[in-house]
Write a protein that binds this ligand. Sequence first.
Ligand SMILES: *Cc1c(COP(=O)(O)O)cnc(C)c1O
Length: 380
Amino acid sequence: MGRHFLQIPGPTDVPDRVLRAIARPTIDHRGPAFARLAGEVLERLQAVFRTRHPVIVYPSSGTGAWEAALVNTLSPGDRVLAFETGHFSALWCAMAARLGLVVDLVPGDWRHGADPGAIAERLTAAHAAVMVVHNETSTGVRSRIPEIRAAVDRTGHSPLLLVDTISSLGSMDYRHDEWGVDVSVGCSQKGLMLPPGIGLNAVSPKALAHRGRLPRSYWDWEPVIAANRDGFFPYTPPTNLLYGLRESLVMLLEEEGLSEVFRRHDRHAEATRRAVRAWGLEVVCADEREHSSSLTAVLTPDGHDADAVRRLVLERYDMSLGTGLGRLAGRAFRIGHLGHFNDLTLAGTLSGVEMGLRAAGVPIEEVGVRAALARLEESA
Ligand SMILES: *Cc1c(COP(=O)(O)O)cnc(C)c1O
């Protein structure tokens, strides 16, 4: 009984009113009612990416939108500079290599964001693009995109800047135009509070002008942008998800407002870190400037399996936590605190984690929840 706590960092809990919006009759995607829906959604998507330029909507996962970013802009054999920030950056790089790009990878320890200092050393005129994951969902580390942009500009080279904002869009400050990003990659099931099924690309004029020669058909931006001018798509769009997206964008942009959305996530992330430190545990992120506000990855002490903690929390308290991915498997679990989430959701979430850690025999100080609540009270 009671509601399941879906505290993985995506898919996130979908608000009831978004579910209700989705549960409407599917309409003719070539009719006038659909054109109005598409127009409203596309305009609000520009606001959430903070761009005046086109946003492309795909019926896809985030992974599809990654592919779209690469195949629209790059050519076979192009060099790209990328950073090993964690599991998601590694997956995106592997995709780039499979598509025939040459990936120069700046190694990393999975506890830091992309290093702006490495750009001066590594970026050359031969690089067609720089790829960065803004919020590395496997580690809870945020890369400093404005500093990366400035470092790129200082080199005098002009690669495209491709940024994955999948787990930060709609929960952490992100500015496509102001930060000089060329392609921003997003999707539906994280901060936008929707089920999975929509992939997004926000594209700069420079990216639109820089058409690569990698083969593309379904992912080609041009037919989508052309059809979108009249509110349509070159293929069947995910009509019901777009109803839901219109609802969630109204909630984020018009009812709460983006700056308040970001403040709420910052506050919950800070309270979560207070809890982790009060338990005597360590967060994965090792740089104070780089904490994620949408999730926190927590290291378990040596000899304590993080997945055993997750299993107990699911069995006893009906809460899903994120597993350790890649090299953090078994060593870390992740607490998602993004999307449809408030102070009492955080209190319930951290209570479940504290009880789960105790049940799994992880040695902790039993004052984590208290420390988080104190932080919420003083910042209310
Ligand atoms: C979730 C996620 C992805 C992958 O999205 P899918 O919808 O599972 O394909 C990529 N990058 C980041 C940072 C993510 O959090």
